[in-house]
Design a protein around this ligand. Structure first.
Ligand SMILES: CC(C)(COP(=O)(O)OP(=O)(O)OC[C@H]1O[C@@H](n2cnc3c(N)ncnc32)[C@H](O)[C@@H]1OP(=O)(O)O)[C@@H](O)C(=O)NCCC(=O)NCCS
Length: 164
């Protein structure tokens, strides 16, 4: 696992767009995450959606979105203030080095200033996506046991995690 590089996250600005458009997942992983170009376009149209870049030593290696309205994740409400995580990925060239775990920790840390009132972070993960499930469970997400059937590639687990 690579520990020496600095991993940080920041909100996407237009300057990042060309570099972000170079990021890819593997072909089978495309079932699990949207392509970045439509995701960036969609985030621009949705006022409650914040596109975020994952940087390794200032180089973009990944991406995610934070949804201010967690209800947009699985079409349900939560009894505590919640935000959603969507479209999280690490570029295929950088996978398998522990960088997603570090990026997720940085993303959670960032939420304490970006959405200080949020108590829960919620997300959907495809039932076949064992790598992502392992990542999230290691990061102290809890599987609610609820399945969401609205995805384009099969059922998804609804996970959530308490925010510090
Ligand atoms: C899921 C993803 C973000 C993991 O990125 P990564 O940088 O390779 O993950 P890490 O190296 O930090 O590993 C995190 C955990 O996942 C596990 N993992 C990573 N790839 C795995 C694989 N192919 N199979 C099984 N487990 C895997 C690691 O072993 C590690 O668990 P451990 O700490 O218990 O050993 C990356 O594979 C990805 O971008 N996938 C495509 C997009 C996607 O599925 N996003 C999630 C949408 S919900």
């Amino acid at each position: 696992m690579e520990k020496s590089a600095a991993i940080r996250v920041m909100q996407v600005t237009p300057d990042w767009r060309p570099a972000l458009l170079q990021l890819r997942v593997t072909a089978p992983q495309r079932d699990f995450v949207s392509d970045i170009a439509p995701s960036l376009d969609d985030a621009e149209r949705c006022p409650g959606s914040t596109p975020m870049v994952i940087l390794r030593n200032d180089e973009p290696i990944g991406y995610y979105r934070i949804e201010m309205h967690a209800a947009s994740i699985a079409e349900r409400e939560y009894d505590r203030p919640a935000v959603g995580l969507r479209s999280f990925f690490i570029d295929h060239r950088w996978q398998g080095q522990g960088l997603a775990s570090r990026a997720l920790a940085a993303a959670i840390d960032d939420l304490s200033t970006r959405h200080p009132h949020a108590q829960l972070l919620v997300l959907l993960v495809n039932c076949r996506n064992l790598a992502a499930l392992r990542l999230y469970l290691r990061a102290r997400f809890i599987d609610t046991g609820q399945l969401y059937h609205g995805g384009r590639a099969g059922p998804q687990h609804l996970l959530w995690r308490e925010l510090p």
